[in-house]
Structures are given as structure tokens and as C-alpha cells.
Design a protein. Structure first.
Length: 194
């Protein structure tokens, strides 16, 4: 039984890689369509505060912490282009990096939205047909906050289009071995801060 913990760790890594590969394959094969409506659990309402935020280019709720608000205009612009709620993207960033653009996870994910790159630690992850993240951007590219959020947001939009709901898309976006736990955490943040 002395190999038990090693096997558990190896299984967790392999499982995470498989989910990441599946998400990557789904996102890569999605054809983005403009004008497609996505239904959300509850439609956001616009308050007077939200209208004032829109005037300064910020569509993210001011209830989010400063670590997220420093990226407000960028999140708003990118989310709007992808036709996603800016508060949903802000919720992912809060969960993934807390707004730290230099965040680097133990699994090798990079930046505000913790995207797996094709190089660094992630380059050693092998899948059936070769490196799991070969089609992904580099660490250097993902360290650029705008590029990171654009890439992560487009990946999420593709998953929503393919899987049909934000919860299913977030399940695929997050770690493989946590089922809906990650999706539910992000959606709870989204609900709490909007």
C-alpha cells in the first residue's frame, strides 16, 4: 500500500488532463455564432448604480473586491464582445486568481482566468495523440491580462454554445475531478456580487 498515495495523485493528474483536453477539443471545434441568445438562471436587472457604471465603461458590479475592479473596463469590453455577462467573467477571475494577473497554479495554469498553456509544466502532460495543450497559447502570451481574459472568455463562450448552459460550461472549464463543485462556486460568486 505504500504506492497508494502516488497512484491517487497520478490518477488526479491524469483525470484533470483528460477534462482539460476535452474542454480544449470542444472549444477548438465550436463555431461561434453572433446573435445566439443564452439563457441564464436569473436575468440581471440594471440598477441606477449599474447605469452609472456603464457610463465609465465598467459593467462589473462595484460589489466585487478591488482586485477584480482594477480590471473592470477590460472585463466589460471583452465579456460584451463575447455576449457574456461581465459579472460572470469577473466571478471566474475572482475564483481563479483573485485578480492577480501573475497567478500561476501548481498544475501550471496561468493568469487571471488560469488558462493552461502549451509550454512550462503543462508541456509535460501527454494525451493519446501527443501533448494535451499543444494548441494553446504560451505562458508568455497568457501573462498578458487582456490576452488571458480574451482567450478564457472565448473558451467559456464556446463551451456554453456547445454544452447549452453556463453551469455545464463551467463544469468543463474548471478542474476535472470536482464535478459541479467548481461551477457552483463560480455561480454562487456571480449571484453574490451582481
Amino acid at each position: 500500500m505504500k504506492n497508494g498515495p502516488s497512484l491517487v495523485i497520478l490518477g488526479t493528474i491524469l483525470g484533470s488532463l483528460l477534462v482539460g483536453l476535452m474542454g480544449w477539443m470542444l472549444a477548438k471545434n465550436v463555431k461561434f455564432q453572433t446573435g445566439v441568445e443564452v439563457a441564464y438562471a436569473a436575468a440581471p436587472t440594471q440598477s441606477a448604480e449599474a447605469a452609472a457604471q456603464a457610463d465609465d465603461g465598467c459593467l462589473v458590479s462595484h460589489k466585487f473586491p478591488e482586485g477584480i475592479m482594477q480590471w473592470c473596463e477590460m472585463i466589460s469590453s471583452i465579456a460584451s464582445q463575447a455576449e457574456l455577462p461581465p459579472n460572470l467573467i469577473a466571478a471566474i477571475i475572482l475564483q481563479e486568481s483573485g485578480g492577480d494577473s501573475s497567478a500561476y497554479s501548481a498544475s501550471g495554469a496561468v493568469g487571471l482566468m488560469q488558462v493552461m498553456p502549451r509550454d512550462g509544466l503543462a508541456a509535460s502532460f501527454e494525451c493519446i495523440n501527443g501533448p494535451c495543450f499543444a494548441g494553446r497559447p504560451t505562458i508568455e502570451e497568457l501573462q498578458d491580462p487582456r490576452f488571458n481574459v480574451e482567450y478564457g472568455t472565448q473558451m467559456l463562450a464556446g463551451l456554453i454554445s456547445k454544452l447549452g448552459s453556463p453551469r455545464e460550461a463551467l463544469k468543463a472549464y474548471g478542474p476535472m475531478d470536482v464535478d459541479y463543485s467548481y461551477a457552483d462556486k463560480v455561480l454562487a460568486i456571480y449571484d453574490r456580487y451582481r
